[in-house]
Design a protein around this ligand. Sequence first.
Ligand SMILES: [Zn+2]
Length: 282
Amino acid sequence: MTNRTEDWHSKPMHGQYMRHTKELASDDLRQWLLRGELKKETEGIITAAQDQTLRTRYIQRMIDGNNISSICINCNTKNQTINHIASKCPALAENQYKKRHDSVAKALHWSLCKKHQLSCSDKRYEHQPEGVIKNDQAKILWDYGIGTDRVLREIRPDVTLIDKIKKRVSLIDGAVPWHPKVEEKEREKIHKYKDLKIETTRIWDIPVEIIPIIIGTLGTILRSLKRKQEKLEAGVAPGLMQKIVGHIGSIFHKKFSLDDTSTKFGTNDVQDLLFKKSTISS
Ligand SMILES: [Zn+2]
């Protein structure tokens, strides 16, 4: 696997994303490709997006010299770049991007319910979190404002876990930013809930920790994510989290009229980038 990864790093275009993110990403970076659970067309488009070879309208106009508008066909305001498609289009913010964010948070909520033996659906993707759910082991709040003595601006993390056995609280908040921003976003989350942590520590008189759950729009996962989930003794496997986020690949298809011909990727190129299970196990 190491040799294959090094090969990919060394490819001038194809390795661009890996080189850019290799210090940030965990060894699980490419789990979603390893697991082979994404549709081939979605894999191809995400891989092309990672390598900046996706033929967006901006690239088609500025690089290919095609006589088309570079403006996004959804919002009609900004250039249709890869970053714009993946995280910046205002036409997708309220619906698609929010759904993507919530899907990651819901998956984590579901795993916490399982861990603490709270009632939840058998299937993760059918899980609809309740505002408050509790038993003798734990209490879990979903998108729920926490009452404090001081007036604070930020009182509503995605998930608040009160672990009654371990006697500790976790303020968990997720985000799916453009990949060069993942570390910055993690710091933002720590800062955002700093005052809430101080207040809740004082009021409840037990340790409170802020746990950002950050995954890049194109699948980047910080090395620290695994440690955070281990601390929770629950969580979402990196490959599954990437699969959830990978839903953006299907958005590329539907919303931006991108298809395989937009990637300038030959079948062999795509196949070469996919780490097959047989390669891993050998
Ligand atoms: Zn747009």
